[in-house]
Design a protein around this ligand. Structure first.
Ligand code: TMP
Length: 207
């Protein structure tokens, strides 16, 4: 049995939906309240996991999609063992930029990997560890892509519109199945309106 004392909050979104801006806001908001907090990201969060991140996101040669899933979970196992689990056990709030929902969305929805394979690895690597709260920043894909058009794109961001449509749909399907954990945030609203929604969710879970 996996017992934690802290809180595990993850941020997800379609590429270009403004997730990182809101994550920075959330981290500052919680730190201002003197909450013990660890900010981290996936893939990444440890030296090895960051190396795996570079291998996957910067790869210029095609990667088999099962290989991609296995690399994501190798990075995740290191991250959970060395960063996430110790932080939760010490009572901290862990705020993580993406987690396993992203594997279901990108490798499952986007690249077509059978979700049952991802579930097998999820159980192996995480045991019963799941986020307590996931904020999913949602935006129609064509709008999100326009927001990204001026910056350098990683491998996934460079994928076709249809790939991103499948990613978005996979996230929305998961949110429908787990409404208590995954909160969908409409990113077409103004930044300040979104901040209010984020703050409301944080207040609810941290109290
Ligand atoms: P981001 O930090 O800008 O969100 O970039 C991370 C990228 O990695 C993003 O395009 C989603 C992708 N990703 C996956 O494809 N699978 C995963 O399991 C994770 C955590 C991220």
């Amino acid at each position: 049995m996996y017992v934690t004392r802290g809180l595990f909050i993850t941020f997800e979104g379609v590429d270009g939906a403004g997730k990182s801006t809101q994550l920075d806001f959330a981290v500052n908001y919680l730190r201002d309240r003197k909450i013990d907090l660890v900010q981290t990201r996936e893939p990444g969060g440890t030296i090895l996991s960051e190396q795996l991140r570079d291998m996957v996101l910067k790869s210029t040669t095609p990667l088999d999609s099962d290989t991609e899933v296995l690399l994501m979970f190798a990075a995740r196992k290191e991250h959970i063992t060395r960063v996430i689990r110790p932080a939760l056990e010490s009572g901290a709030i862990v705020v993580c930029d993406r987690f396993t929902d992203a594997t279901f969305a990108y490798q499952g929805g986007g690249s077509g990997v059978d979700p049952s394979r991802i579930e097998t690895l999820e159980h192996w690597v995480q045991g019963t560890l799941q986020p307590d709260l996931t904020l999913f920043f949602d935006l129609p894909v064509d709008v999100a892509q326009k927001r990204l058009s001026h910056r350098e794109k990683d491998r996934f961001e460079s994928e076709a519109l249809e790939f991103h449509e499948r990613v978005r749909q996979a996230y929305l399907d998961r949110a429908k199945k787990e409404p208590a954990r995954i909160k969908v945030i409409d990113s077409s609203r103004s930044k300040s309106q979104i901040k209010v929604l984020v703050q409301k969710e944080l207040d609810r879970i941290c109290n």
